[in-house]
Design a protein around this ligand. Structure first.
Ligand code: NAP
Ligand code: GCO
Length: 266
C-alpha cells in the first residue's frame, strides 16, 4: 500500500558515480533530501572536496572517494571501503560518463574504446562490485543513466550511442539475472540537460547569436527548452524507492517528449 513513506530512502546507502557536479550531483542531493546516506566518487581529489562542500551547503553530509569507474581493482577496493565505513550499498546510480563528438571516419579506435570503457564497462564493473552485497542484504536498486542515444543516432557520437545502447541492454540483462534476488535494475534516459557535458552545444556564436545546436534541440523538444538536472530527480527517487519494486528492466525516458515528437513543423 502506498503511503507517505513509500518514496523515502531513510537509512539507505546510495552510491552515485561521478557526482561532484552535474546530473549525478542533482540525483544524489535529491536522495539525501529524502533520507539516504550519500556516497559518490570522482577521479579528481579537488572535485571531491568541492563536491563534499556543495552537498554540505544543502545540509547533506556526503562521503566522497577517489575512484575511476574503469579500474576494476580500484572499484572493488572502493566498494569494500564504503561497506566498512558507511554501510552495504542499497542503491547504485551509474552516472559517470563521457562523450567524444568526433565524426566516425575521423575517430580513432582508441577514442572509441575510451568512451565504451567509461560509459559501458564502468557500469558493468560498478554493478559487479555492489551486487554481492545487495544479494546478501536481500534487495537492491541499480539505476543506469542512459541517453536519447540509447534509441537514436546522430552525426559524431558513434561511440557514445554504441555505449548507451549497450547500457540499455546491460540494464535488461541485470534485471533478468538478478530479479530473483529482489534486485531491480532500471535506466533513466535523460533528454538534453543543461550541464557542463552539453555546454559546448549551447555556446553563443561569435556574433552573439544562439548556437545552431541549441536552436535544433529546442525545436525537437515539445517544451521548446533544455531540461535542468533537477528535473530528473523525481524519476530517480521513484526508481530508488520501494514504490518501484515491480518496475524492472525499464528505461524511463525523461526527455520533455523528444522521443514522441517529429520536431517543430516549418
Ligand atoms: P558531466 O557534467 O560531464 O559529469 C560527468 C561526471 O562523470 C563528472 O563528475 C566526471 O568527473 C565523471 N566521470 C567521468 N569519467 C569518470 C570516470 N572514469 N570515473 C569516475 N567518474 C568519471 O555530465 P552530465 O551531463 O552530468 O552527465 C552525467 C551522465 O548523464 C553521463 O553518463 C551522461 O552521458 C548522461 N547524460 C547526460 C545528458 C545531458 O544532456 N547532459 C543527457 C543524457 C545522458 P570528472 O570531472 O573527473 O571528469
Ligand atoms: C550530444 C549530447 C547528448 C546528450 C544526451 C542526450 O552530443 O548529442 O551530448 O548525447 O548528452 O546523452 O540524451
Amino acid at each position: 500500500m502506498i503511503n507517505d513513506k513509500s518514496f523515502r530512502l531513510d537509512g539507505k546507502v546510495a552510491l552515485v558515480t561521478g557526482a561532484s557536479y552535474g546530473i549525478g550531483f542533482a540525483i544524489a542531493s535529491a536522495y539525501g533530501n529524502v533520507g539516504a546516506k550519500i556516497v559518490f566518487n570522482d577521479r579528481n581529489p579537488e572535485l571531491i572536496e568541492k563536491g563534499v562542500a556543495a552537498y554540505k551547503e544543502l545540509g547533506i553530509e556526503a562521503h566522497g572517494y577517489i575512484c575511476d569507474v574503469t579500474d576494476e581493482e580500484a572499484v572493488q577496493k572502493f566498494v569494500a571501503q564504503v561497506e566498512k565505513e558507511v554501510g552495504v550499498i542499497d542503491i547504485l546510480v551509474n552516472n559517470a560518463g563521457i562523450i567524444k563528438r568526433i565524426p566516425m571516419l575521423e575517430m580513432s579506435a582508441a577514442d572509441f574504446r575510451q568512451v565504451i570503457d567509461v560509459d559501458l564497462n564502468g557500469p558493468f564493473i560498478m554493478s559487479k562490485a555492489v551486487l554481492p552485497g545487495m544479494i546478501k542484504k536481500g534487495h537492491g536498486k541499480i539505476i543506469n543513466i542512459c541517453s536519447m542515444m540509447s534509441e537514436l543516432g546522430r552525426e559524431t557520437v558513434s561511440a557514445y550511442a554504441a555505449a548507451k545502447g549497450g547500457l540499455k541492454m546491460l540494464t535488461r540483462n541485470i534485471c533478468a539475472e538478478f530479479g530473483a534476488a529482489n534486485i531491480q535494475c532500471n535506466g533513466i534516459g535523460p533528454g538534453y540537460i543543461a550541464t557542463p557535458q552539453t555546454a559546448p552545444l549551447r555556446e553563443k556564436q561569435p556574433d552573439g547569436s544562439r548556437h545552431p545546436f541549441d536552436e535544433f534541440i529546442c525545436s525537437r523538444t515539445p517544451a521548446g527548452r533544455w531540461l535542468q538536472a533537477e528535473e530528473l530527480t523525481g524519476p530517480a527517487v521513484f526508481l530508488a524507492s520501494d514504490a518501484s519494486d515491480a518496475v524492472n528492466g525499464h528505461i524511463l525516458y525523461v526527455d520533455g517528449g523528444i522521443l514522441a515528437y517529429i520536431g517543430k513543423q516549418p
